[in-house]
Design a protein around this ligand. Structure first.
Ligand code: AOF
Ligand code: ZN
Length: 340
């Protein structure tokens, strides 16, 4: 790794501290370097608050060093007046010596304009440093802006035979561990979705009680509104979107989205795009998961397996493993929750 890559790697590390907390904004980290020494660092914490570059600039003690410094940022500095003024203008105004960018920002409002402002001001700017890693960091943000739909993660638990096991019942020890792991997965994403059967069978609240984090927006697919309002998915802990074929409108923290049963996934994608939902984790059940697979609407699958580890003293310890697969890693038709 060369020095530019090392500093962008640090930007990525910083950015990741806010995973799950910046929606609908991206994860961004920034580092300011003077004569081979880091003199400032920052990352974007939350939508509406300072961008990464501004937090890095604010952390520099001796501002006189800035015109002799390079600012590293994992995403192209913004060029627009949004909730905050454009970072590219701030960089121009302070007269940095050089700007090093990880990935360009495909958001319509930026899309090369930030880099151009900087270059037009006579500041050297390079981009595409650890580009793949920076794109991966913001896979949710990029998928949302480029595909006009959220990044979709399928999640299920498997039994030994490789098929989804509805009766997956881990023992007490692994139960706590699995719960914590699942709550962390939820906290990382902007929204979480289940179908009618899962809501009725398991009565989940779909919140992140066992970890620190923001509760995702809950999405329930319930065409005939069979799930009673007293069920946990409707509690006040988070917002709930209900895709249904009965009514439209908002009632307190519940939003009803009316759709037909055919092609409802496309209506759902449109609604989620309008709501600026950047990612969604599908927690089942098997019928719902299969519908996303059949429509080819997914990006990643996370599979949890319940296993028993053989310990050295001969006893069995309950354990679980988890694997994340990118869609490209699956061959056609490899996933089916139904045995033929
Ligand atoms: C961030 N943090 O560190 C950078 C961003 O509404 P605003 O003003 O916060 O602008 C959000 C957009 O700014 C976002 O969609 C992205 O295109 C750009 N860059 N955003 O939240 C940052 N550098
Ligand atoms: Zn900005």
């Amino acid at each position: 790794m060369n020095t530019d890559e090392l500093y962008i790697k640090r930007c990525i590390e910083l950015a990741q501290k806010a995973l799950g907390k910046t929606y609908p904004n991206p994860l961004v980290g920034s580092v300011i370097v003077h004569n081979g020494e880091i003199i400032g660092e920052g990352y974007h914490h939350k939508a509406g608050e300072n961008h990464a570059e501004i937090n890095a600039i604010n952390s520099v003690k001796n501002k006189d060093l800035i015109p002799e410094s390079t600012i590293y940022v994992s995403l192209e500095p913004c060029a627009h007046y949004g909730k905050t003024p454009p970072c590219a203008l701030k960089i121009k105004e302070l007269g940095f010596k050089k700007v090093v960018i990880g990935a360009m920002d495909s958001h319509d409002k930026v899309n090369g304009k930030g880099k151009k402002i900087i270059q037009d001001a006579g500041i050297e700017a390079v981009s595409g440093i650890l580009e793949q890693e920076c794109i991966e960091l913001n896979k949710r943000f990029f998928t949302y802006h480029e595909k006009k739909r959220p990044y979709i993660i399928l999640k299920w638990a498997e039994s030994g035979d490789g098929f989804l096991d509805k009766d997956f019942k881990p023992t007490a020890v692994s139960n706590t561990l699995v719960n914590q792991f699942v709550h962390q997965l939820r906290a990382n994403e902007h929204a979480i979705l289940v179908g009618t059967q899962t809501a009725l069978n398991d009565n989940p609240s779909l919140t992140v009680r066992n970890v620190k984090g923001v509760n995702p927006v809950r999405i329930l697919i319930d065409f005939d509104l069979k799930v009673p309002k007293t069920f946990s998915i409707y509690n006040h802990e988070a917002k709930t979107l209900v895709l249904n074929s009965v009514k439209e409108g908002t009632e307190a923290h519940i939003q009803f989205i009316k759709t037909g049963k055919d092609n409802f996934l496309y209506d759902l994608m449109d609604s989620l795009y309008k709501e600026q939902i950047q990612s969604v984790i599908i927690e089942g059940g098997r019928f719902t998961l299969q519908q996303f697979i059949d429509a080819d609407l997914w990006d990643q699958a996370i599979v949890i397996k319940n296993e028993n580890l053989q310990l050295e003293n001969g006893t069995q310890a309950p354990e679980f493993t988890h694997t994340a697969y990118k869609k490209e890693e699956f061959r056609d038709n490899v996933i089916s929750f139904y045995k033929n």
